[in-house]
Design a protein around this ligand. Structure first.
Ligand code: ZN
Length: 312
């Protein structure tokens, strides 16, 4: 099979309060809100997208803020850490900034030669900033974060698993290559893709399973160029025995989903058409965008959603 997977596309997590979530990503982390829409399966809930200037695949963190939702409990069978890339020598800046803003869970470490700063998201999400090469990426600048220090997009993700073997086999099937191991964590990398290219498998035999809630990753999406590549991947996965959904139109990309042996929900999403298909790049994420099926109910939907600060 051709190597269709190009690295990460987006990561989608669950949150409690939409306003807190919006403030954390646009102000504390300085990402751009690139789309304000609703959960296509539940239009009473926002679907918020944060990323770089245009929401380049490999930079997009997305949220369903469900309101009154209990926090998740971290454990096996989930994405344990979502990793953002920053330029070399910027972790000191970030440690000071996050500490001043009351962010918890700050912890510096090194893994496979890369400097990391772990921190908690606003719902206790597991995050890390990792110093790496810029790889041609440009940070969105706002809220006291400049081009030197800004988040470049994803670096990768770390999965927590009871047994890593079946997930390792799946990643290899998807085109990832086994890289180095340090302790109970083995890195897999995708070559010739975007810069969000690593998946680390952390094996924790016998640890308790995750309980999904606010702060948990709902699913992780991998990028393919277009519908044709997605169709080939879908067929290959079905032939291998995976239960894969039909192709679903998410307005800004097309998506297929399948549950993986380690318990994590994977999505494969197309790089096209992108987040600027229905609004100007200069005003991305400002207006509430609705899929066609909900357009007739705009006023009712909009009045039921919390108002979000308009900072870009
Ligand atoms: Zn998704």
């Amino acid at each position: 099979m051709k190597k269709h997977i190009k690295g990460l596309h987006h990561v989608t997590s669950m949150a409690a309060d939409a306003q807190v979530n919006n403030a954390f990503f646009t102000q504390t982390l300085g990402l751009r809100r690139v789309k304000k829409t609703v959960n296509f399966d539940d239009p009473g809930t926002y679907h918020l997208y944060y990323g770089d200037k245009t929401g380049t695949p490999g930079s997009v963190m997305t949220y369903f803020p469900f309101g009154q939702m209990p926090k998740g409990k971290r454990g096996n069978g989930e994405v344990g850490v979502t990793e953002f890339a920053v330029a070399k020598d910027t972790l000191g800046f970030w440690q000071d900034r996050l500490s001043e803003q009351g962010v918890t869970g700050l912890s510096r470490s090194t893994f496979l030669g890369e400097n990391r700063l772990a921190f908690d998201g606003s719902d206790g999400d597991g995050f890390a900033l990792v110093e790496t090469e810029r790889s041609g990426r440009t940070a969105w600048t706002s809220a006291g974060v400049d081009e030197e220090t800004g988040i470049l997009g994803f670096h990768g993700a770390r999965f927590r698993l009871n047994d890593a073997a079946a997930t390792a086999e799946l990643l290899t099937f998807m085109g990832y290559e086994k890289d180095e191991t340090d302790g109970n964590v083995t890195r897999y990398r995708i070559e010739d893709g975007n810069a969000a290219r690593t998946i680390d498998l952390e094996e924790l035999p016998g640890a308790s399973s995750a309980y999904q809630g606010a702060g948990s990753v709902h699913h992780i999406a991998f990028a393919v160029e277009n519908r044709a590549a997605q169709d080939e991947m879908r067929k290959a996965l079905l032939d291998t025995g995976y239960q894969v959904t039909p192709v679903i139109d998410r307005d800004y990309f097309h998506a297929i989903y399948f549950r993986t042996p380690g318990g994590i929900l994977f999505e494969i999403a197309t790089n096209e058409p992108g987040f600027d298909r229905d609004e100007d790049t200069a005003h991305l994420g400002e207006a509430l965008k609705l899929p066609a099926m909900y357009q007739p109910y705009r006023s009712r939907i909009e009045s039921a959603l919390p108002v979000l600060a308009q900072r870009r």
